[in-house]
Design a protein around this ligand. Structure first.
Ligand SMILES: [Zn+2]
Length: 305
C-alpha cells in the first residue's frame, strides 16, 4: 500500500525536525578573522539555525581580544569572548598592551583567559618568550578566577612543568583543539583539565591519538568540550580514512550545513553539529548525549547565562 502524506503527518514530522536540532556551544571560533568581515551576521545566524546557540570568540592578540569583546556587545547572549596572546605572537608582547589586555579580561563577557600556551611545532616566537607570556596568562586567570584557554603543540612536557609549579592555585583549564596522544590526554584529564575537540578528528591518522581516545571512551563526558576553531580545522567528512560507521552517523541536516556553507578555506561554527555527530559515533554514544553534556560543561565552566 502506498503511503500518502497527510497534513497531520507532515505537521508531526515538522515538529520532530524542530526537536531534532541540538543545542550546542562552540567554545572556540575565530570570528574576528577578516574572512568574516563581510557577512558575520549571516554566519552567526546560520550557526544558530544549525543549533549552535552560543559561540566563544577567541582572542589571540591584544587587538583581536578587544575586537572579540566588541563583537559580544553586538550579539549579547550569543557571543562571548576570550582575551589572550597566542604563543605564535608571544614576540609581540609589551607591558603597555598587556595592561590593555588585563582591562579587557575584567569584562563579564570575556569568559576565559587565552588563547595562550606553548607551540614548539613552528616556533614563530622564541620558546623562552612563549613561556614568559604564558605564565602572565596563568596569573591573570588566577587573579580573575577565569578558566584558561590553552593551545599546546609539541610542548607537553614544558607546559606540564609550568602547570605543576602552580599546584592548587591553578585555575580551570581547557586544552583547546586537542591534537595530542592518549598518554597526554590522560595526563591532562588527571589534572582535572577539560579537552576541546575540533574537526581535527577527521585528520587524525594515528593509532594513539584523538580517535583512540574516543573509541576507548577515555574522555569522561563531563570533561569534554567541542569547538570549530573556525575558519580553521574544517571537518572533512569525506576523508577516506574516516570509518564507515562514523560517516553513517552524520545526519542529512548537519551535512547540509557543512557542505553548503563550510570549506577548507573558511570553516564556520555551523559545522559543529557534524563534529558532534562524529565524536558521538566514535564514542558509540548518541549525538544528543554528547550535545547535552558538552553544552552543560561549557555553561558551567565559562559561566554562560
Ligand atoms: Zn589554537
Amino acid at each position: 500500500m502506498a503511503t500518502q502524506s497527510t497534513p497531520e503527518l507532515s505537521k508531526a514530522s515538522n515538529m520532530e525536525k524542530c526537536y531534532e536540532n541540538y543545542i550546542l556551544i562552540d567554545i572556540g571560533a575565530n570570528l574576528t578573522n577578516k574572512k568574516y568581515s563581510r557577512d558575520l551576521d549571516t554566519v552567526v545566524q546560520r550557526a544558530k539555525d544549525s543549533g549552535v546557540q552560543k559561540i566563544m570568540v577567541t582572542g589571540t592578540s591584544v587587538k583581536g581580544s578587544k575586537e572579540a569583546l566588541r563583537l559580544t556587545r553586538i550579539y549579547p547572549g550569543t557571543l562571548y569572548s576570550t582575551a589572550g596572546i597566542h604563543p605564535h605572537d608571544a614576540k609581540s608582547y609589551d607591558d603597555d598592551s598587556w595592561l590593555e589586555l588585563c582591562k579587557i579580561a575584567e569584562n563579564p563577557e570575556c569568559v576565559a583567559i587565552g588563547e595562550c600556551g606553548l607551540d614548539f611545532n613552528r616556533n614563530f616566537s622564541d620558546p623562552e618568550d612563549q613561556k614568559t607570556v604564558f605564565e602572565k596568562h596563568i596569573k591573570l586567570a588566577i587573579q580573575h578566577n577565569k578558566p584558561l584557554f590553552v593551545h599546546e603543540r609539541d610542548a607537553f612536557d614544558e607546559l606540564m612543568e609550568i602547570f605543576n609549579r602552580y599546584g592548587n592555585e591553578l585555575p580551570q583549564v581547557v586544552i583547546h583543539c586537542f591534537t595530542g596522544t592518549v598518554e597526554h590526554a590522560l595526563a591532562y584529564l588527571n589534572k582535572g583539565f577539560y579537552i576541546g575537540l575540533t574537526g581535527y578528528l577527521c585528520k587524525d591518522k594515528s593509532d594513539t591519538g584523538v580517535r583512540k581516545l574516543l573509541v576507548d571512551n577515555l574522555i569522561p563526558l563531563d570533561r569534554l568540550l567541542v569547538e570549530t576553531d573556525a575558519p580553521f580545522m574544517y571537518p572533512n567528512t569525506r576523508a577516506s580514512k574516516l570509518p564507515i560507521h562514523v560517516k553513517d552517523g552524520l545526519t542529512e541536516r548537519s551535512t547540509t550545513f557543512l557542505h553548503r556553507y563550510c570549506t577548507f578555506q573558511r570553516n564556520e561554527p555551523c559545522s559543529l553539529p557534524a563534529i558532534v555527530e562524529m565524536v558521538a559515533a566514535f564514542m558509540n554514544k548518541k549525538p544528543e548525549e554528547v550535545a547535552l553534556s558538552t553544552s552543560f560543561n561549557a555553561m558551567k565552566l565559562f559561566g554562560l547565562s
